[in-house]
Design a protein around this ligand. Structure first.
Ligand code: PLP
Length: 404
């Protein structure tokens, strides 16, 4: 069970006011707030352990290196990877997808080969592949969704053909909250010898994810959505795949030997980690993961589901409110519009009441087009939110409705 008062005490920002009103933070799908232990870790690293890692013989450098590599192991265990060599630090989900799009297409794709994504992808799982359309001539194929915002699996099966080279799909939709049946997708893709990349940007913070059980080939996520710092994230790849891919960025760390005649590259995971690693970010990310592991993902799933059900029930009592994304299997995200009130107006007015929601297309314009809207209001809940805060949201929406 979640001890809500204790948990909230760990997040100082939840006690600040905006416009002289207590902050109600419902923009967790964009980024999560940071517990004290994460900020403390950043401070500790800079105050007591700051030294460039991997290359130093001195004590401080070795200690910082040990912390950075221990963080990699924490993340390995968190997602159930076989080896810490399969954990590559990147700048986040976006960079991880760009890394795979670029190296995978370069190594394995010919013009007219196909990459499958879905209608509900975040732009960061669309545009990197479109860049590859121009560079390597691959073509994007798109799994359609139904009106509830669920993938149509039969259509996915029809899309797979001998030219299909990779499936890159989100685990959870950031805009609708739909939890996709990625087990089934991976099974179907593998039956056809096609590898699968899972965009877990919206999932690892909400439910347990085990890459070996899933048998996904790649999985990516960002620390800042998992209660960790900004600017760092993860690319998981099966070792056999990562070994087959060429390097992405060139520079220090990623080499074995450099000469003007021939340069050779470092082993995994360093082959993909050019330049000074973000060892402050990695250790703070590990602190965040330890924090949510202590709370327990099973507790998080249960509590956030209660919040989702409560919010859905209360929102649907509002006359003229439509929820976008009505899959039976959803994470704690509710996207909605009320009558013809523009999402931006709703967001602005709620903000004046201290309620932070997101409005707009949520970096998912093709999905918005499919739902026939140009944007929605999105409230996304974390385990530090409460039903009382949801009541405030409902009161706020009702007030906005009376203004129009
Ligand atoms: N994929 C999904 C599903 C997301 O929700 C997001 C961010 O909202 C991203 C990718 C991009 O994440 P980042 O901006 O941290 O790279």
């Amino acid at each position: 069970m979640i001890d809500i008062n204790k948990v909230r005490d760990d997040f100082p920002i939840l006690f600040r006011k905006v416009y002289n009103k207590p902050l109600i933070y419902f923009d967790n799908a964009a980024t999560t707030q940071k517990p004290k232990c994460v900020v403390d870790k950043i401070e500790e690293m800079y105050y007591t352990l700051n030294a460039n890692i991997h290359r130093g013989v001195h004590y401080l450098s070795q200690q910082a290196t040990d912390e950075h590599e221990a963080a990699r192991v924490t993340i390995q265990k968190f997602i159930g990877a076989k080896s810490s060599n399969e954990i590559v630090f990147t700048r986040g989900t976006t960079e991880s997808i760009n890394l795979i799009a670029s190296t995978y297409c370069r190594a394995f794709c010919q013009p007219d080969d196909e990459i499958i994504v879905s209608t509900m992808e975040h732009h960061s799982n669309i545009v990197p592949w479109q860049l590859q359309e121009e560079i390597t001539g691959v073509k994007l194929r798109v799994i359609p969704i139904n009106d509830k915002g669920e993938l149509i699996i039969e259509e996915f099966e029809k899309l797979i053909n001998p030219r299909t080279k990779l499936v890159s799909i989100t685990h959870i939709s950031n805009a609708l909250g739909t939890i996709n049946d990625i087990e089934e997708i991976i099974k179907i893709a593998h039956k056809n010898d096609v590898p699968v990349l899972i965009d877990a940007a919206q999932s690892v913070q909400h439910l347990p994810v085990d890459v070996q059980k899933l048998d996904c080939d790649f999985l990516v996520f960002s620390a800042h959505k998992v209660y960790g710092p900004t600017g760092i994230g993860i690319l998981y790849g099966k070792e056999e795949w990562l070994n087959k891919l060429p390097p992405y960025h060139g520079g220090g760390e990623m080499i074995a030997n450099v000469s003007f005649e021939k340069t050779t590259f470092n082993d995994l995971p360093y082959k993909f980690e050019a330049g000074t690693p973000d060892f402050v970010g990695s250790t703070a990310m590990a602190a965040a993961i330890d924090y949510i592991t202590d709370i327990g993902l099973d507790n998080i799933v249960k509590y956030e589901h209660e919040l989702l059900e409560y919010a859905t029930e209360q929102l649907l009592k509002i006359d003229g409110l439509t929820i976008y994304g009505t899959s039976a299997n959803k994470s704690s995200v509710v996207s909605f519009l009320v009558k013809d009130i523009h999402h931006y107006d709703m967001g602005m007015l709620l903000d004046k009441m201290g309620i932070a929601v997101r409005t707009g297309h949520h970096c998912a314009q093709p999905l918005m087009n499919r739902m026939n809207v140009d944007g929605t209001v999105r409230a996304s809940f974390s385990f530090y939110n409460t039903k009382e805060e949801i009541d405030q949201l409902i009161t706020g929406i009702n007030r906005v409705v009376t203004m129009f």
